[in-house]
Design a binder for this molecule. Structure first.
Ligand SMILES: NC(=O)c1ccc[n+]([C@@H]2O[C@H](COP(=O)([O-])OP(=O)(O)OC[C@H]3O[C@@H](n4cnc5c(N)ncnc54)[C@H](OP(=O)(O)O)[C@@H]3O)[C@@H](O)[C@H]2O)c1
Length: 290
């Protein structure tokens, strides 16, 4: 049996949809399963569990053979994921597929690189067969609150000509599905990217063409971005973390295009133009194609 953690999140939702479409039995973890009940997943699928409370994980992991490990970005994410790895060990879980970040390392520059690095190290020492997936920036960020185009279709970030290899969360999920259900991926670290390296200005042009609306990127200094994000109510720790990542991308310290999505999953990763056409409403451009 597979357990998907982070099942209500951006990647987890895609993974549970793929598992469901394939008819593969699975369970989905949520801190509050009442909130998690949705029309798309049957109620019996959900298990209650919180990485903060190892006792809840003991029950949630009972009978689980394969674990998809994902925790939302937060300052103690390493401790939370290590709790999950420990509970998995006690429950006899045989395989873990973990979501991480590019260049995760205990000595990484950005906090999330270090947090994921510590969690990866615990996973490596656990004796459980593991696969680590390190995605580039999600395409879904482009309509999100911290790194996306706003209601005026403007995106103001300190990114200059920095290149992102944006990836659709569905491609991350498709790769995770294979690593969870097929052999040959134990002990592997996969950098996951979309098919092209794009600056935000190039991404704006692609989204404009796909939606028929004008999307604009404006390069701003980091301090202005910090003020914008804090004013928008984004948690100060996360603001600092996002700014660290912007600096990494600006200085070309995040890798380029990888072929791992296609090599592992057998499907070519989705291009941004196709993603934008498939997400018109999310980009606030529902008019063009109805
Ligand atoms: N966004 C990017 O561009 C990007 C790029 C590379 C890597 N990543 C990594 O991807 C991950 C985020 O993925 P996402 O965007 O799919 O997540 P998300 O949409 O932010 O959702 C976070 C999930 O984490 C779960 N969670 C948080 N705290 C928990 C706890 N204490 N116990 C159990 N579950 C908990 C939440 O569960 P509930 O349903 O209970 O709330 C939720 O399902 C992070 O590890 C991040 O570093 C992101």
């Amino acid at each position: 049996m597979i357990l998907v953690t982070g099942a209500r999140g951006t990647v987890g939702r895609e993974l549970t949809a793929l598992l469901q479409a394939r008819g593969q039995p699975f369970r989905a973890l949520a801190r509050n399963p009442e909130k998690a009940k949705s029309a798309t997943l049957p109620g019996g699928v959900w298990r209650q569990g919180d990485f903060v409370a190892p006792d809840t994980l003991r029950a949630a992991f009972d009978g689980i053979e394969c674990l998809f490990l994902l925790c939302g970005a937060q300052p103690d994410m390493d401790i939370l994921e290590i709790n999950a790895v420990e509970a998995a060990k006690q429950a006899g879980v045989g395989r873990i597929v973990k979501i991480s970040v590019p260049n995760a390392s205990e000595t990484g520059i950005a906090a999330l690189q270090r947090l994921h690095g510590r969690s990866e190290a615990a996973l490596g020492a656990s004796g459980i067969a593991w696969t680590v997936l390190r995605p580039n920036g999600f395409m879904q960020n482009l309509y999100g609150p911290t790194q996306g185009f706003d209601a005026r279709r403007i995106c103001r970030l300190p990114l200059g000509e920095a290149k992102y290899c944006f990836i659709d969360a569905q491609d991350i999920a498709a790769t995770a599905l294979v690593a969870l259900t097929e052999d040959g991926h134990a002990g592997k670290v996969y950098d996951l990217t979309g098919p092209e390296a794009l600056s935000y200005a190039e991404a704006a042009r692609i989204v404009s063409k796909a939606t028929g609306e004008t999307f604009t990127f404006v390069d701003i200094p980091p301090r202005e971005c910090r003020a914008d994000l804090l004013a928008a109510g984004i948690d100060a720790w996360f603001v600092d973390e996002i700014l660290e990542w912007f600096a990494l991308f600006r200085h070309g310290r995040v890798g380029g295009v990888s072929d791992a999505v296609e090599t592992v999953s057998g499907r070519a990763p989705r291009a941004l133009s196709d993603f934008a056409q498939g997400n018109l409403a999310n980009f606030g451009a529902p008019g063009r194609h109805g």
